[in-house]
Design a protein around this ligand. Structure first.
Ligand code: ADP
Ligand code: MG
Ligand code: MG
Length: 874
């Protein structure tokens, strides 16, 4: 096995395809050297395989020593200098570089090869003692911190002394003598802290630095970064050893970072910063006043032209916008790094479209579609905050629903509504939310909770409405009319802002940078639609006419889930629902149902109208009845405190009668439908009467009636018979043929396994992957998300939160099984998914693989799903 590759090594495949082995930085360096023939300081890459071996076995693989020696010898030959040569030393950098860019997360050592002797040699050949000792003290400090783990404060104290000696001159102008003394002082710090003298042997320095870079793969910040970005902890980093070039050498030297185009807007033209007489890190550290790249045309006109030419070559080769690091040493340009540049959502869209027309690049439409990510679209479609000062961030929770919201805080739904009616902008802050808080959430600009995860009630509802939400901000303690974070107290009515993308909770107003969508958005989405036409469609989850209209504007091709529970809520409806629950005679119950039928029919008419000509899947009532009754515990407390009114007593009795130990597995879904037969019949009648009205009005309603929580064929068969009677009755009232399907959700493991039986009586299946995940894992999602999930993810017990991205090997297997068994019995069965996973690109990838007919997600997520489906199919 080979572990070390020169940048000019002839690989069997283009280096860019070997990022697994060489890391991103190493692969791109090799590409620039061996394919593009650009001026890159010579060097070599130690593969990620060596790193994995080091981390697993606690040491180098036996062959590595010899390979590194040979590579160093070759580097010395190319550079014409020897490592540690006291008269003219070769200096190198030792640079980390993993497969996926992890900016600033791992370590790099510069100027390696200096010691007490070679520093004098460097001073002599360059004729610049100041430069030599400046490099030496930088190296001692960097090596000390990165490799020997000397706390940086220990160095700082000595640097302050040197600065004091140098007088009020700036750092950069310390004399050679001061710098030489500083180097001595810093070495003394190292010796004191480690009990060993500063290593003088360059081979020893190199070996230790390579180990340190390997180890930096597992630094806590690198691990935390990978957890957040879902990067595998087993990949390891490559190590690049490269000849140093010096941007700090003299006035004909400098360093810079450059993008081949503007990464914020996508506009053409060089973009970036440079610094005269400086070393790499100085540009990004924000400690020096940099100059825009365009000004290089004045300072170094030839280098500027060369850079323009190189940028053109890079773009033609990579067919993308690139980000580069470069250094100029005594008038000669050296390229130190390149990679495909990160960009904003706007730039991503504009670049993708522009590059289809650029004669040097000529992206195909399919390639352009692949250049835009779900995150890019998220950025575009939601308003963003301007940047704020760190100190104003009160807490950070989970960014559950992207977008920026600012409002006065209120702690109950009723107070939020009252404030809204006074004309205030409101931010609803709750420990967590439940269906009781819906009216407050509706009027709020955004929702903040201190408990709960990404699929908690607050998160799901907010996402469904495209309303910003931050959940699980645990540092926040809500207490009556205020909340506290540590010793800070925020009163009701104070202004707070939340960023639903980052999870930040910010005290006070924050300005918004309005979301403007570039015309390229529609072009890219249309190209995506062409790719997925006839293969997989995208529907939306929408519960009312306005949401359905929005969904259609975003490109939804139907409704995959219309929940009917909201049709039972609201000031006028809830009492009727309660009357139905409390009824002591069938007549009373029927009277209440008749009243509900009237209003629900109206609801359905508006939804069918908004989605005319497209399928609308209506789920009959799913939640348990107790959700429509006042909270049992609360009533119990007020009974103990002040006694109950007569009306309250009746509700209390009902609440206690319908109370369940485990309501999520209790009388809900089809079970409730069967126990309370009149309810489903009423819903179906209201829906079909609405369909008949729409048909008579010249519309084309397409209705799919969906029965939730089915576990056996017999349940569905029974309900189906009722539905068919209603269809017949409705058909008798109109001359136009009604198009109605009857199907079920597959959201219990048993339903998935018995999908063949169930398919005999189902025209369609819709996979309710939220419940299916909950039941397959036995994870109560609201409870597990708060405490167990973060721990499981940190420990790597689960690679991803299965509520966020489908668990392909478990839950996915159940879905695949149901697809296969369902199709065997009914080849033309329609198959879709309506869980939260319907809007998640990784899950969509899986759903295309098993051949579902559609995914359904919240209206605001529809563009992301359109894109993700196309990408999955490419
Ligand atoms: P990061 O991945 O954090 O950017 P790098 O390995 O790119 O780390 O190095 C940090 C800085 O040092 C960069 O600015 C880079 O340009 C500079 N640098 C790295 N190697 C050399 C070298 N051989 N000569 C000059 N500067 C270098
Ligand atoms: Mg870099
Ligand atoms: Mg469900």
């Amino acid at each position: 096995m080979q572990y070390v590759y020169g940048f000019d090594h002839e690989h069997p495949r283009p280096p860019m395809e070997l990022k697994d082995l060489l890391g991103g930085k190493g692969a791109n360096l090799a590409e620039m050297v061996s394919v593009l023939d650009l001026p890159v300081p010579p060097g070599f890459t130690i593969s990620t395989e060596a790193c994995r071996h080091y981390l697993d076995a606690g040491g180098w693989p036996p062959e590595l020593e010899g390979e590194v020696d040979a590579a160093v010898a070759r580097l010395e030959e190319l550079a014409g200098r020897q490592l540690g040569d006291p008269s003219d030393p070769l200096l190198v950098s030792v640079r980390s570089g993993a497969k996926f860019s992890m900016p600033g997360m791992m370590d790099t050592v510069l100027d390696l090869g200096l010691n007490d002797e070679s520093v004098r040699g460097l001073a002599e050949v360059t004729g610049d003692a100041r430069f030599a000792y400046d490099s030496y003290r930088r190296f001692i400090q960097m090596f000390g911190e990165v490799v020997l783990e000397v706390p940086d404060e220990l160095f700082d104290a000595r640097i302050e002394v040197a600065q004091a000696t140098a007088g009020d001159e700036a750092d950069a102008r310390m004399s050679a003598e001061v710098l030489a003394q500083l180097a001595e002082d810093l070495k003394a710090v190292v010796a004191e802290h480690t009990g060993q003298p500063f290593p003088q042997d360059p081979r020893d320095q190199l070996r230790q630095s390579i180990d340190a870079v390997f180890r930096s793969w597992n630094s806590p910040r690198a691990r935390a970064y990978r957890n957040r970005e879902h990067i595998d902890h087993h990949l390891g980093t490559a190590v690049n050893v490269q000849m140093m070039v010096f941007g700090n050498r003299d006035e004909r030297s400098g360093t810079g970072v450059g993008f081949t185009r503007d990464p914020a807007t996508g506009d053409a033209g060089l973009y970036g910063d440079f610094l005269l007489q400086a070393q790499g890190e100085d540009v990004v550290a924000g400690t020096h006043a940099t100059r825009p790249l365009a000004e290089m045309a004045d300072v170094f006109p030839e280098i500027h032209d060369e850079l323009v030419d190189i940028f053109g070559r890079l773009e033609r080769h990579y067919r993308d916008m690139l980000d580069t690091e470069f250094t100029i040493e005594q008038g000669k340009l050296w390229m130190l790094q390149t990679r495909v540049g990160k960009r904003t959502g706007t730039a991503a869209l504009r670049l993708a479209v522009a590059m289809t027309e650029d004669p040097n690049i000529r992206l195909t439409r399919a390639e352009a579609v692949q250049r835009v990510t779900a995150d890019h679209l998220d950025q575009i479609l939601h308003p963003q905050f301007e940047k704020v000062d760190e100190s104003r961030i009160l807490a950070t929770g989970l960014g559950a629903s992207p977008g920026a919201a600012v409002g006065q805080v209120y702690f109950t739904a009723d107070d939020a509504v009252a404030a809204h009616q006074r004309g205030e902008k409101v931010l609803l802050v709750r420990p967590e939310t439940s269906p009781d808080d819906i009216h407050g959430m509706q009027v709020a600009e955004g929702v903040l909770t201190s408990r709960g995860g990404l699929v908690s009630h607050a998160a799901v509802v907010a996402r469904g409405w495209g309303k910003p939400a931050v959940v699980g901000a645990e540092a926040i303690h809500v207490a009556g009319d205020h909340f506290t974070v540590g010793d800070r107290r925020v009163e009701e009515g104070e202004v707070v802002a939340i960023d639903g993308q980052t999870g930040d909770v910010i005290l006070g107003e924050v300005g918004l940078a309005a979301a403007t969508t570039p015309p390229e958005l529609d072009m890219i989405l249309e190209w995506a639609d062409e790719i997925r036409a006839d293969r997989m469609s995208v529907r939306a989850n929408a519960d009312n006419g306005p949401d359905a209209t929005v969904a259609r504007e975003y490109g939804a091709e139907g409704i995959g889930l219309c929940r009917t529970e909201h049709m039972f809520l609201g000031e006028e409806r809830l009492p009727v629902v309660q009357r139905m629950i409390l009824a002591s005679t069938p007549e009373e119950e029927q009277a209440a149902l008749d009243e509900l039928l009237e209003v629900q029919r109206e609801d359905f008419v508006t939804i069918l109208e908004a989605m005319d000509g497209l399928p609308v899947t209506v789920r009959l009532l799913d939640p348990p009845l107790h959700e429509f009754l006042p909270d049992y515990e609360a009533l119990l407390r007020s009974q103990a405190r002040d006694g109950l009114t007569e009306e309250e007593t009746t509700l209390f009795e009902a609440a206690s009668e319908w109370r369940e130990v485990n309501p999520m597995l209790g009388t809900r879904g089809v079970r409730l439908g069967i126990v309370k037969g009149g309810l489903y019949k009423m819903q179906v009648r209201a829906l079909l009467e609405a369909a008949a009205l729409r048909a008579d009005a010249g519309g084309r309603p397409i209705v799919e009636i969906m029965i939730p929580l089915v576990v056996t064929r017999a349940e569905l068969a029974l309900v189906r018979r009722w539905v068919e009677e209603e269809i017949e009755a409705a058909q008798a009232t109109t001359d136009r043929p009604l198009q109605v399907g009857v199907g079920t959700m597959i959201e219990t493991p048993r339903a998935a396994i018995r999908a063949d039986d169930i398919a005999e009586v189902a025209d369609f299946f819709s996979f309710g992957t939220n419940d299916l995940t909950q039941m397959a894992f036995g994870f109560s999602r609201d409870d597990v998300e708060a405490r167990v999930m973060p721990r499981y993810l940190d420990e790597g017990i689960l690679p991803r939160d299965p509520f966020e991205s489908i668990d392909v090997r478990g839950v996915g297997e159940l879905v695949a099984l149901a697809v296969e068994r369902g199709r065997k019995v009914r080849p033309d069965i329609t198959l879709g998914v309506c869980g939260e996973h319907g809007g998640d690109p990784a899950s969509i990838d899986f759903f295309t693989e098993i051949g579902l007919d559609y995914v359904s997600c919240s209206p605001f997520r529809v563009p992301v799903a359109r894109l993700a489906v196309a990408q999955a199919l490419l």
